[in-house]
Design a protein around this ligand. Sequence first.
Ligand SMILES: Nc1ncnc2c1ncn2[C@@H]1O[C@H](COP(=O)(O)OP(=O)(O)OP(=O)(O)O)[C@@H](O)[C@H]1O
Length: 832
Amino acid sequence: MEELYDRPNMVGEKERSLSFSKLIPKSFRRNASSSNGSTNTSNSSVNEGEQENGALEGGKSEVYSSPRQENYTQEPAYVAGPAQGQSSRFLRFKSIFHGMNSEEDTKQKLKSSELEKEEDLNSPIEVPVEGLERVHITEHKTLSVGSSPPDMVPATRKRSPSTPIMPSHLDTAEPRSRGKQGNREHTGSFSTNPFRHDRDRSATIRSNNPYFIYQGLPPHALSSQELDYSFISSSSKLGEYLVPTTPGTASTASTAPIVKDHRNLSNLSLNKIKENEEVNEFYSSDGFTEKRESKTGNFLDRFESPLLTPETAQPFPAIVVGCDNDGDEDSGGFALTQSALSSPSNGNNYQRDMGVNGDLGQIKPTLRRAASVPDALKENSPSKSSSKQKSGSSSPFPPSGPLPDLEEPKRSKRLRNKSFSNKFRDITVGPQSFEKIRLLGQGDVGKVYLAKEKRTNRLYALKIFSKTEMIKRKKIKRILAEQEILATSNHPFIVTLYHSFQSEDYLYLCMEYCMGGEFFRALQTRKTKCICEDDARFYASEVTAALEYLHLMGFIYRDLKPENILLHKSGHIMLSDFDLSIQAKDAKNPVVKGTAQSTILDTKICSDGFRTNSFVGTEEYIAPEVIRGNGHTAAVDWWTLGILTYEMLFGFTPFKGDNTNETFCNILKSEVTFSNNNEVSRACKDLIKKLLTKNESKRLGSRMGAADIKRHPFFKKVQWSLLRNQEPPLIPVLTEDGYDFTKLSSNKNKQSSKNGTHSSLEEQERIMFEENVEYDDEVSDDDPFHDFNSMSLMKQDNNSLIYGNNNSYGKISYAPNTNRSRSNSHKGFFKR
Ligand SMILES: Nc1ncnc2c1ncn2[C@@H]1O[C@H](COP(=O)(O)OP(=O)(O)OP(=O)(O)O)[C@@H](O)[C@H]1O
């Protein structure tokens, strides 16, 4: 029987999972390992943060609070646009990189040496670990895990938000306030006690490692970044100032006017960016400050940064959104975002009104930021030559230092040198080629829109990232990795990337639109929230094939969960969301073993010897070795396959506890048990048990990778080479066509013109779809996004959905496939 599911139109209607991505500081790793009695046996362990960023020394980490943008109508995640008359890009990047003239440089050095001193005084590593006994690991030994009453039917599971969320976010009683120094209130909400909030669903989280808290260790090291920068503002005509202060110091420093320098002073290539330092420099280099007037007319004369200070360090960051030392970090941007939003240094055109309590007020769109090149110039010049002008010579503002280098920017070769590059050609589209239909989903960093290509009427999923946000949250390398994985992949169960390009303010990934939405949703439409063993085998086999392919390419996926599995209109799966994936260094070629009759592809060898050590994944899906912090390998993907198979069959994950700590405790200590709410075979249980082997070296898949799994009796009947020809168990069906977007938008336009204003969100979205594409040779070599190649897939897919077709978008239901039982059996398949 067909069960309907109304796909939410608004992101806020659903909750989504968060992912952890947090590098465990070295020092703690050592401690945790020793206290755990385990050692890292790998010689080639890679500190991923260092590997990816080359910037993590001494286990620096930061913790930022991050508000979940629950409802995209409330608060724009993206920041766009410049301060009036400013070259937004250069200002933004300038404030990130070191490029300063010598005088400013000296000042800056002085400033930082003072800050360092302050840091010494204020950097207590010992954070009181409140309530330690309550979470001590031994207390959870008696937990019953994975066992539920025999007649138990899993309740509808909600999902925690995709964007990392601070637990206290849910706590409405706690205002997002900017506190005073002495009596530090939270910057954003910074409650970190895991016992305070029940989380419905494990989340993809970038977080501190709660396991260390079990060990009585502080959740993370305090670093020089954990200084507090107070923002003093002035509406003075002289300009705006930012004054970095240290914890405990009043922000009354006298401020020197900052000359708004419009030259691109950045002098570091992407490889040289110490991503872990970006935020620090973002705030400290230029010293922009502003003074905002609250609605009540009071000047809010200080603005706390979210950077962790000893006072704000909370002992139990259950789902603390923290720095991902992989190179991204979840400022998530509450305070950080606010400051950045309002700081002219990043060239934004939004000003935030701060309420009396420091609550986010309405975002006032000011003028669209001036382009780097004055419009007049832009019009007169071919777009391809604009970069030269952007580099400084055409700036309407007088340069305040030596003239910048006027060399033509070099075209990035990053993806062009790769073996798959012949699949792509120069970019054929730009933001203006698309029209937004609606928001499909909002993840941790990206917004995904259903968009139609104006010329062809074809529908695509357009994932858009704000550059400002990527810089602030140190996600540059992540987005580059995501682009590379998507571009590299050519597999029926991995979402196709058609175009990727950038504009001045945004990065775009134009992907195949999977009209079936998330597999998670399909599962939720089942009465029991689970599916039968045969159906689970179908999905598990497709996931195994996709993981095998990724491993073959040297990638580790690391965030398998039903939320990241999309359903193609055919009902087959599509893996998406590669922002936590990582490519093994020195990936090797697979080895074919066996005889001519039966060959086995050893994919384990592809990433052999590669260990990485970020704390990434989704809480309920995280593998024990990730929690232990001893480094992990591609075997984490086989662990998550075990959890996924379990969840498909029983409707819940096997190790879920009442809170993060309990969940982790279960993952580390408890054996998987099977509920009897669904009948499963011995082979199936055996597969799950073998995948959920805590010792990664004994886990199924640890010998030869996917080949081990494919040979398990559970998959005996699966025709691996013919997976794509199998009939999927569920077919997404459009039960009601999407609303008439043109009508809706014209109504909206009438409404907003009546009110006289466009909402800031609309304004943002307008910008997203109006900017010009920036070609590779327009993006200067020292631009952090230089390596984000703009390119189009050579062969366009003629199967993509067409706007207006009856099967394009709207309300989706999942119809059981009646052909399946006949066609999927071994015999039936060949009879057809
Ligand atoms: N190709 C697609 N077709 C249809 N919907 C999609 C597609 N890609 C993404 N979505 C929707 O957008 C949501 C967010 O996308 P995605 O998970 O890639 O973003 P993210 O920022 O990387 O999220 P995360 O927080 O999980 O890292 C998805 O959960 C899904 O609902």
